[in-house]
Design a protein around this ligand. Structure first.
Ligand code: AHM
Ligand code: MG
Length: 335
């Protein structure tokens, strides 16, 4: 029986409707000997992100705001939602095939995962479950940041340079929930369609502007920045730049990724190595920024080339458009 032409749905010209899951599966299929495990891990991260987004939307109605009365390994007071997000991620990732090791900002030590081996690749997943959580009580933006390494032999392979990340990304919980991902094949953006319950791809192969006129830094610390940073900021002000600072790295880096400019957390008198953590804040953001055509530096060397000493090590961070970052690095060199 032939199908009448009127029954054929015209697909040409329709917007594409690609979910995060189908995007990652098709990227992973391009890698030789893929096992599907990376897609499986990113799907766990997406479920965690949707759940965290839902809890954040009801914050204030449900009893999830405020401090829990404990401190993490870095002596920071934990918010209830820090702990909720951390538990969720550990539970979801801890039962996925392919996860060998988990490292979190909220846990002193690495966690070894004993899931059934399916013969596929095994990975270490490191994350900051709820970055910028000091913003929670005022309804500000927060995020989740993650970094994934190959780790077939477990913990001994976690302390690698960021160059060896196989995937990295973040989720921004803001006016919408945005999942930004790279597996080394460009940077792709997905927005959570709350009615459908899926992350839908909205942009592929994002390229950030080569230069911009926004700087993002906690300027209250400026007096104790090394001289090169101070000179650069003075030049930005003279040139009519705008200053934007959300106090949540995910929100601030997202702005720089989209609009260009520079984000920095320099060394300060209080924090001589800066405040941000290499393994689950600086490295994943640096991979995304480089994949989008930008630069990410410690002020001395590319962040991705830094050999880590320990899981929670801090590092100064300068990242953004090449024009801006290079100008700042030149000043740091000559200062
Ligand atoms: P957190 O991971 O404990 O939330 O701290 C990291 C946050 C970043 O999101 C942000 O860039 C920075 O701390 C802000 O610090 P400051 O308040 O010193 O400017
Ligand atoms: Mg953080």
């Amino acid at each position: 029986m032939s199908i009448p032409a009127s029954a054929v749905i015209p697909l040409l010209g329709q917007p594409s409707f690609v979910t995060l899951q189908s995007h990652v599966l098709s990227e992973e299929r391009r890698q030789p000997g893929h096992s599907g495990n990376l897609s499986w891990i990113i799907s766990a991260l997406a479920i965690a992100a949707k759940t965290i987004a839902a809890r954040l939307k009801n914050a204030g109605i449900e009893d999830v705001l405020g401090e829990i009365g404990t401190q993490n390994v870095q002596g920071e007071r934990q918010q209830k939602l820090d702990v909720i997000a951390n538990h969720l991620l550990i539970q979801l990732l801890g039962t996925r095939e392919g996860v060998a090791v988990i490292g979190s900002e909220e846990n002193d030590e690495l966690l070894l995962v004993e899931t059934e081996a399916n013969g596929g690749q095994r990975y270490a997943v490191l994350f900051d479950p709820l970055d910028g959580s000091a913003n929670l009580d005022v309804g500000g933006s927060v995020g989740t940041i993650f970094s994934i390494f190959d780790a077939p032999k477990g913990t001994e392979q976690v302390l690698q340079t960021g160059r060896r990340q196989v995937a990295a990304g973040y989720v921004l919980y803001s006016s919408s929930t945005i999942f930004v991902l790279t597996t080394g094949l460009g940077v792709h953006l997905f927005v959570l369609d709350t009615a459908v319950g899926a992350f839908i791809r909205v942009q592929q192969h994002l390229r950030m502007p080569a230069s911009g006129t926004i700087y993002s830094v906690n300027e209250a610390n400026a007096a104790s920045f090394p001289p090169g940073y101070q000179t650069y900021l003075a030049q930005c002000r003279d040139a009519g730049f705008s200053s934007r600072y959300a106090g949540a790295m995910v929100a601030d880096v997202h702005r720089v990724l989209i609009k260009g400019g520079v984000f920095m957390y320099p060394p300060t008198a209080k924090a001589p190595q800066g405040k941000l953590r290499l393994m689950y804040e600086a490295n994943p953001m640096a991979m995304l920024i480089e994949q989008a055509g930008g630069m990410a530096s410690t002020g001395r060397q590319p962040i991705l080339d830094l050999v880590p000493d320990e899981l929670h090590q801090r590092v100064p961070v300068v990242l953004g458009s090449t024009g801006n970052v290079q100008a700042l690095l030149d000043l740091l060199k000559s200062a």
